[in-house]
Design a protein around this ligand. Sequence first.
Ligand code: SF4
Length: 148
Amino acid sequence: MNYERYYVCDLLNGEGVRVTLFVTGCPHACPGCHNPSTWDRKAGRPFTDEVRERLLDLCATHDGLSLSGGDPLHPANREAVGELCRLFRARYPDKDIWLWTGYRHEEVAELDVLRFVDVLVDGRYRRELPTSKPWRGSDNQRLIRLRR
Ligand code: SF4
């Protein structure tokens, strides 16, 4: 898996103060996408074990981890994202994971990685459906609390 960037002390991608990772690789090609530079899964830099450990360390002083992109559930990203989430959960059982995907929940509900995700924001971005709902880019997208 590759990633484009990550933010620390992020207040915009989920509740509280978060570490947010933007992976590359997205198969959805939504018209009007704000992050087309993340579509190519070979774009960005390799998400090495060292980067993963650095992110996990940063999470110690934040409320949770947010995963965006790109699509963290692109088939090529599922294994690495699953391992990141598994390690996060083991280390921080009281913190949460938010994940944004262009897939609908029904399409990915059986994926192992979702066992670790607290909040899923699902669905492709549809610019013809503007929204004022927090944390969503268009009105069709749902915020689904999977845990707690
Ligand atoms: S799912 Fe997100 S990153 Fe992928 S094309 Fe749609 S808006 Fe862009």
